[in-house]
Design a protein around this ligand. Structure first.
Ligand code: AHR
Length: 500
């Protein structure tokens, strides 16, 4: 089979906002306790943070991390997590029915994020709390001094403001599972009033309003429109959430279908963009609302095991999906789709980061290991920086249960002026055939191949618990003036870096 991509630097989608490589830490399962924070572990630093986890997060170059939820935030009192640790209350985490000791809170997260090289994307509780509490939190974090909450922060050991720029107005407020679920009208009104108050405290912040928790939610579409009708002028982004699952995993035809799920992601994004722009047109405003895809990933492997977990533990093994090779291929394709929509998707958070549906796993008494999905994320976050090109792709397609025409070849090129590089990501979704891949350069004349790699050769169901998965060199790549060529293995994720 053959396939090609045209790399034309004049055909630009957008400058990629690096926050598209964000992630998410929720006070859930073992993400925090026994994940990023484990004072009794031999790898813990003076703050109780696991240094081995920080090293793995730094490797992924995650620029922004959403915190503290997720569903957790809708019942969270941020004040419980500040001040002397021995005075903090232990609470019931109603979202996940586990015990929250509050030994890790706002200051710990901000310090940890700094050590991990990331900024915070802070969510406020719009489930059980509201305007006043959210404004106090902004004051606590961002106001310099001389007021009740800013001075409280200073007394708690942080003299300089945290200067948090990006904030989420609640989480999944349309979801029946959410504590404090609301109708679109109720949420739109509350989001608007809360946004006003938060921006009065600090007008430099930017705000993300909740879109639907899922495209499958019956109110999808109507929710986005109604919410934006009310809060358009005071918010900057609308959120999207999407998780993919694969339920009949013994059927090879289902794998074909699974690998086509990025088509669903693309349609979802385009649909939400259309709604945002319809509201814009009706309001006759110049302001554009961009998207924060603040939860995305594969999530299904742990569903059954989670039903057997006893409630009211401190760090239960919840949502601990063990990812396999086919999940890594889907994640690669989802990343390409996010890049293809980088004109409107400005923030995205792989959900989540450690232990909970995560690329990084910890052993309680041992080290850290990387899941299969770590690898495509690592490469795109590292080298997918610069300008996304609209790169025309030619490929054969296949038909699957849900999708009429899934391209066998999924590919995008990124032009990185700073590094004088063009990077091409390419995935071959065929289970059986190699793909003769041609990269046609328009105008550009690369002088050399800096790197060519493949992530391939693993059984679809293989996972990385034994730590054997590796990105390997892709050999026999030919570069000839305006064209490069290589053979992509069946079921393979590939990356090419060309020096200009
Ligand atoms: O990421 C796990 C959960 O998925 C989040 O808490 C929630 O927002 C979503 O439903």
């Amino acid at each position: 089979m053959k396939g090609s991509i045209q790399v034309d630097p004049t055909e630009q989608i957008a400058a990629i906002d690096n926050r598209i490589y964000g992630s998410f830490i929720e006070q859930l399962g073992r993400a925090v306790y026994e994940g990023i924070y484990q004072p009794e572990h031999p790898a813990a630093d003076e703050d109780g943070f696991r240094k081995d986890v920080i090293a793995a997060v730094r490797q992924l170059k995650v620029p922004i991390i959403r915190y503290p939820g997720g569903n957790f935030v809708s019942q969270y009192n941020w004040e419980d997590g500040i001040g002397p640790k021995d005075e903090r209350p232990t609470r019931l985490n109603l979202a996940w029915r586990q015990i929250e000791t509050n030994q890790f809170g706002l200051h710990e997260f901000m310090k940890w994020a700094e050590k991990a090289g990331a900024k915070a994307n802070m969510a406020v509780n719009l489930g059980t709390r509201g305007i006043e509490d959210a404004a106090h939190l902004v004051e606590y974090c961002n106001f310099p001094r001389g007021t009740y909450y800013s001075d409280l922060r200073r007394r708690n050991g942080r003299s300089q403001p945290f200067a948090i720029h990006t904030w989420c107005l609640g989480n999944e407020m349309d979801g029946p599972w959410e504590i404090g679920m609301q109708t679109a009208n109720e949420y739109g009104h509350l989001a608007n009033e809360t946004a006003k108050a938060m921006k009065r405290v600090d007008e430099s912040i930017e705000l993300v309003a909740c879109g639907s928790s899922s495209i499958e939610n019956p109110t999808f579409g109507e929710w986005e429109k109604t919410v934006l009708d009310q809060c358009y002028d005071n918010v900057d982004y609308l959120s999207l959430h999407r998780y993919y699952g694969y339920y009949n995993d013994d059927d090879p035809a289902e794998l074909d279908n699974y690998l086509g799920k990025n088509i669903d992601l693309n349609q979802f994004i385009k649909g939400v963009v259309a709604i945002c722009d319809a509201v814009k047109a009706r309001k006759r405003t110049k302001k554009t609302i961009n998207l924060s895809f603040d939860e995305w990933n594969v999530w299904y492997h742990s569903n059954k095991a989670d039903t057997r977990i006893k409630p009211w533990q401190t760090a239960p093994h919840l949502l601990e999906d063990i990812y396999n090779f086919e999940d890594a291929l889907l994640v690669g394709s989802l990343l390409i789709t996010l890049l293809k929509n980088s004109d409107r998707v400005k923030i995205a958070c792989l959900a989540q980061l450690v232990n909970v549906i995560a690329p990084i796993m910890t052993e309680n008494d041992g080290g850290v290991w990387q899941q299969s999905i770590f690898y495509p994320f690592l490469q795109v976050a590292d080298y997918g920086r610069g300008v996304a090109l609209s790169s025309h792709v030619e490929t054969e397609t296949y038909h699957s249960r849900e999708f009429d025409a899934v391209p066998f070849l999924d590919s995008i090129a990124v032009y990185n002026d700073n590094a004088a590089e063009v990077v091409v990501f390419a995935e071959n979704k065929s289970q059986t055939e190699t793909l003769d891949f041609t990269i046609n350069f328009k105008e550009l004349r690369p002088v050399s191949i800096a790197e060519a790699t493949q992530f391939a050769g693993y059984a679809p169901k293989a996972d990385n618990r034994d730590g054997r998965m590796r990105i390997r060199p892709l050999t026999d790549v030919r570069l000839n003036n305006s064209e490069a060529a290589a053979t992509l293995q069946p079921l393979s994720w590939n990356m090419f870096r060309f020096k200009l």
